[in-house]
Ligand binder design. Structure first.
Ligand code: DGL
Length: 276
């Protein structure tokens, strides 16, 4: 099967990496809309326009299904895209349901981080109404975190201070929260920092596994036996030839090893933080 996966930028690589673990034999087209990142600070109209272009582009590449590896784009566009196009279009939403289920026997609260657009869209409010019946989730917008990820700045004092400041503004401590939901695919890169700031016991929940699992169900794919064994990406061609993937940035295919090295580094980072 040929699967299109897109995001505003490099956040969606976390979904691609999860797909490599489970379905390494499929063919992938990864599309980062680098010309328009970050979506989380754009208008609805703009995001609808960008995502429509991307879906048209991917359909032109004859994909069998599309994964919107972006919570922001999903919350604004998924319904419009599903109405307009015939193929399976899977979206992502903050993994509040598994977080609530997991924290059933614990009286601490759940912190859901996302982009400003995801936080203000109705889709998240509706999700909370459905799954957070005891009103245990609090929402926190992280408008600058996507920029840090795009600059591959995962560990600097600047990003640490930013996360600390955002947490302290709403009084987020390990005494108050048991669970942190990463409601934006770009937020995966910073997992070690959340632990450093909120403690080793904090449960970090993202939507990657659920999304890829759903993709497998929709396309009838068989999960690889040792799906959780570590992947090491050594050179750019590993992520292109090895995993049958074409990489695009806002419509331009990335083929030179220099530029592919960025994707290689990021996939290795995601592999490093995957089970943190
Ligand atoms: N990665 C996207 C998400 O999951 C958002 C990034 C952006 O703001 O562009 O929400």
């Amino acid at each position: 099967m040929r699967i299109g996966i897109f995001d505003s930028g490099i956040g969606g690589l976390s979904v691609l990496n999860e797909a490599y673990h489970r379905f390494p034999d499929e063919e992938y087209i990864f599309y980062a809309d680098t010309r328009h990142v970050p979506y989380g600070l754009k208008t609805e109209e703009e995001i609808k326009g960008f995502t429509d272009e991307i879906v048209k582009f991917l359909i032109g590449k004859k994909v069998d299904a599309i994964v919107i590896a972006c919570n922001t784009a999903t919350s604004v566009s998924v319904e419009m895209l599903r109405e307009k196009y015939d193929l399976p279009i899977l979206g992502m939403e903050p993994a509040v349901k598994p977080a609530v289920e997991n924290a059933e026997d614990c009286d601490k609260r759940i912190l859901v981080m996302a982009t400003p657009v995801t936080i203000r869209e109705k889709k998240l409010a509706n999700l909370l109404m459905r799954v957070d019946v005891k009103h245990r989730a609090d929402l926190l917008a992280m408008p600058e975190l996507v920029g840090f990820a795009e600059r591959e700045d995962y560990e600097s004092d600047a990003v640490k201070n930013y996360i600390r400041k955002q947490f302290s503004e709403i009084g987020a401590t390990e005494e108050k929260y048991s669970t942190l939901v990463l409601g934006c695919t770009h937020f995966n890169y910073f997992k070690p920092l959340y632990r450093e700031i909120l403690g080793e016991k904090m449960l970090l929940v993202d939507g990657n596994y659920g999304t890829v699992h759903h993709l497998g169900d929709v396309l009838g794919l068989n999960i690889k036996k040792d799906a959780d064994s570590k992947i090491i990406f050594n050179q750019p061609q590993d992520i292109v030839v090895g995993y049958h993937t074409s990489y695009y940035e806002s419509g331009d295919e990335i083929t030179d090893n220099n530029r592919l090295s960025k994707y290689l580094r990021m996939l290795n980072r995601l592999e490093f933080v995957r089970n943190i």
